[in-house]
Every structure is written in structure tokens, then in C-alpha cells.
Design a protein around this ligand. Structure first.
Ligand code: DC
Length: 233
């Protein structure tokens, strides 16, 4: 059976990676977290002094960018694909707050996007892939057989994220989480290079009032239909 490409885009904290992992696991496809790659570039910038007083030293980043190696390795113990930067596993480090706060300094840079998009296209070239991000259905794989655009009300997303952060012991307020989500939505939708927009033909999933199991059933229904259509063609 032909293995298709599934592109999942959407706002931050609306369960894209949960759905992507569920689909990849069910279909035995490869899951690729494109956001992790932008996070890895941000980590590189932090560790190499390329962010000074909250400002990215663009010329220095552009000089070293071609040599930065970012990829994924399957971990047999966790059974998960983990992010590597220049020969080192950074899967956990890239989720920390300093990286989250700096990633919007590097993600709008066209040269960064061009490099990461190229790598993403290479990683997904053979099909059988579920990739999530902001520009997967519009830029990385405009020809993907299935495209989802995920959204949920900001208050719902903030509540989920707030619970997750509190569960990890973080000292945050609901209001600050909600404000952060609002800022990230604005950054994602208004940046010049590859802003977050709904791809033509994308299936919108608003999961404000859905469980992840309900969301998975709906998404899988669309995928199964698409695989059937591809097989008949
Ligand atoms: O999905 P995430 O929060 O881990 O993404 C991290 C950042 O990278 C976020 O600020 C949006 C950006 N991003 C992007 O610009 N393009 C993508 N394809 C994926 C993520």
C-alpha cells in the first residue's frame, strides 16, 4: 500500500504533536516534529553567544548556519524519535523555557527556514510520514495527501498548558500562560516568512470540545479515506 504524507499545522499548544504521534504510531509512519528543529537552532544560538541582550546577532548566525547539523535518532529505550544537534541528544534541553523564549528570534529568518525546510523535505521524501508544524501543508509538503489545520480556543489551550506546566512544578499563573499563547499566535500568523495560514484543502479540526481520542478517530477517518483514494488511483 502506498505510504502517504500527512501534514499537520496549527496554533501552538493545540495538540498537534499528540495527534501526529497517534497517527504515526497507528499507521507505523515516521513522526517528524519540525518545531524541534527550530528549537535546536535557537539552542545553538543561545549556547554560542549569538543572542546578546535578547537580540540575535544575525550575521554571525548566517555564517555558521550551513555547518549546524540537526537531525533525529530513534531511541530504542523510549521508542521515540529524539532531536540531535551537532552529535548530541538535545531532546529535553530544547523544551526548556529559555529555548521556548528565543525560538521566535530564529524562526522568522528566511535562511534558517530554507535550511530546515530542505531537511524536512529530505526526511519525508519517501512518504509514510506525519509532520507537524506551522508551514508543512503550505511550504514543506504542499502536495501532502492529507492536511490538517488544528485550532482550539485560546482559553482552552491556555488551560491545558497551565495544567501541564503546574504538573511539572512550574510557578506560572493562568493569565501569564494565556498572554504567552496570544503572543505566540500573533508571532506565528504575522511573520513575513511562511506565516501560519490554513493550507488550501486542509481539514480544520477545532478540538476545543474534543478529547484526544475523539480527535484521533476523526483524523484517522480522513486518513483512511485518503489512503483508499490513493490506492484506487
Ligand atoms: O511547535 P513548537 O512550539 O515546538 O515550535 C517551536 C517554534 O518554532 C514556534 O515558535 C513556531 C516555530 N515553528 C515554525 O516557525 N515552523 C514550523 N514548521 C514549526 C515551528
Amino acid at each position: 500500500m502506498r505510504r502517504i504524507t500527512i501534514a499537520i499545522d496549527g496554533f501552538s499548544s493545540c495538540g498537534k504533536s499528540t495527534l501526529a504521534k497517534q497517527l504515526a504510531h497507528h499507521l507505523r509512519y515516521t513522526y517528524i516534529d519540525s518545531g524541534a528543529m527550530y528549537r535546536a537552532v535557537a539552542l545553538y544560538a543561545i549556547e554560542n553567544g549569538l543572542i546578546v541582550d535578547g537580540v540575535l546577532v544575525l550575521a554571525d548566525l548566517l555564517r555558521v548556519l550551513p555547518g549546524i547539523r540537526i537531525g533525529f535518532e530513534h531511541d530504542d529505550t523510549t521508542q521515540r524519535s529524539e532531536t540531535w544537534l551537532d552529535g548530541r541528544n538535545v531532546e529535553h534541553r530544547i523544551r526548556e523555557l529559555d529555548v521556548s523564549n528565543c525560538v521566535t528570534l530564529v524562526s522568522p529568518v528566511p535562511e534558517v527556514r530554507a535550511k530546515l525546510v530542505r531537511t524536512q523535505q529530505e526526511l519525508g521524501a519517501g512518504g509514510g510520514v506525519v509532520m507537524d508544524g506551522r508551514d508543512i501543508g503550505t511550504v514543506v509538503f504542499p502536495g501532502a495527501e492529507v492536511k490538517f489545520f488544528m485550532t482550539a480556543r485560546p482559553e482552552v489551550r491556555a488551560e491545558r498548558r497551565y495544567k501541564e506546566l503546574r504538573g511539572r512544578g512550574a510557578d506560572v499563573t493562568f493569565e501569564s500562560v494565556l498572554a504567552n499563547i496570544g503572543r505566540r499566535d500573533l508571532d506565528d500568523t504575522t511573520r513575513k516568512a511562511d506565516p501560519l495560514v490554513q493550507a488550501p484543502g486542509a481539514i480544520v479540526i477545532d478540538n476545543s470540545n474534543m478529547t484526544s481520542a475523539e480527535q484521533f478517530d476523526i483524523a484517522l477517518g480522513h486518513v483512511v479515506k485518503a489512503i483508499g483514494t490513493v490506492a484506487e488511483a
